[in-house]
Design a protein around this ligand. Structure first.
Ligand code: 13P
Length: 247
C-alpha cells in the first residue's frame, strides 16, 4: 500500500516569518507524509523546528555535482547536512526558465540519491503538447530518460509528481479523471519495467491544487497525494489540503 504524501512547493516565496507561522501552528496526523519545500535559506529553520514532529523538509533544487568551484550552487550533500530528506528534480520552472535539459535533470536525480535525498521527479506536458495529443509520450519520455540513467529499481526510493504545465499557477486544475488517466498511464509505463516498483511508487498530482479541489483529486486510485504551490504558503489552507487525503 502506498502511503499518501502531500508536499508544499513554496517556490521563491516565503520568509522567516512564514516559517515561524508553520512551526507554531502547522501540524498533521502522523499517518500522512508531509514534506515542505521552502527556499534553501529556510531549510535549517524548518528542519530544526520540526525535528520532533513527523514533517519532512526538502529542497527545490540541487547541483548535479557534490562540491567544488560552482559559485552560487548548493549540493544534495549540503541539503542533507541541513536536515533535508527530499529533493525536487525537473520542475517545469527549472526546465523552462532555467533551461535544464533531460540530461541535467537525470544527473540531479542521481545526485539526490547519492547524497541520501529522496528525489521527487516532476514531469508534465505543456498545453500545446496536450492539444497535439502528445501528453503521454512527453511524460513517458521524461521518465524514460531517468530510467535509462538509474534503472527501474532506484525508483523504489523516489517519488513522481505529475504536473501538467498548463495547470501550474493558472488556477486551472486538471479534472480528476484527466489526472487519474495520466497517473494510471505512468503506473502502466513503469509496470513494463517492474510491476512491484510500479505498484509501490507514489505519483503525486500538482497544478493549482487547493482546499476545494484536493479531495476529489486525492480520491482517485492512482493519485497518491499532491505537490502544492500557491496554496501551500498559508498554513491553514495547506493543512486543509493535507486533511483532504482520505485513508
Ligand atoms: P500551483 O499549485 O501554484 O499551481 O503550483 C504547482 C507546482 O508547480 C508545484 O510544484
Amino acid at each position: 500500500v502506498r502511503a499518501p504524501m502531500v508536499a508544499a512547493n513554496w517556490k521563491m516565496n516565503g520568509s522567516r516569518a512564514i516559517c515561524r507561522e508553520f512551526l507554531q501552528h502547522f501540524d498533521v496526523d502522523g499517518s500522512l507524509d508531509v514534506v515542505l519545500f521552502p527556499p534553501f535559506l529556510y531549510t535549517s529553520i524548518l528542519t530544526e523546528g520540526f525535528a520532533e514532529r513527523s514533517i519532512s523538509v526538502g529542497v527545490q533544487n540541487v547541483c548535479n555535482v557534490s562540491s567544488g568551484a560552482y559559485t552560487g550552487e548548493i549540493s544534495a550533500e549540503m541539503a542533507v547536512d541541513s536536515g533535508a530528506t527530499y529533493g525536487l528534480v525537473g520542475h517545469s520552472e527549472r526546465r523552462n526558465l532555467f533551461g535544464e535539459s533531460d540530461v541535467l535533470v537525470a544527473e540531479k536525480f542521481m545526485a539526490c540519491q547519492r547524497a541520501g535525498l529522496t528525489p521527487v521527479l516532476c514531469v508534465g506536458e505543456s498545453f500545446e503538447e496536450r492539444l497535439e495529443g502528445r501528453a503521454e509520450s512527453v511524460v513517458a519520455g521524461q521518465i524514460d530518460v531517468i530510467l535509462k540513467s538509474v534503472g527501474i529499481k532506484t525508483f523504489a526510493n523516489a517519488v513522481i509528481a505529475y504536473e501538467p504545465v498548463w495547470a501550474i499557477g493558472t488556477g486551472e486544475t486538471a479534472r480528476p479523471d484527466q489526472a487519474q488517466s495520466m497517473h494510471a498511464f505512468i503506473r502502466a509505463f513503469l509496470t513494463k519495467f517492474d510491476a512491484t516498483t510500479a505498484e509501490n511508487t507514489r505519483v503525486l498530482y500538482g497544478g493549482s491544487v487547493n482546499a476545494s479541489t484536493a479531495a476529489e483529486l486525492f480520491a482517485e486510485g492512482d493519485i497518491d497525494g499532491g505537490l502544492v504551490g500557491g496554496a501551500s504558503l498559508e498554513f491553514k489552507e495547506f493543512a486543509k489540503i493535507c486533511r483532504s487525503v482520505s485513508r
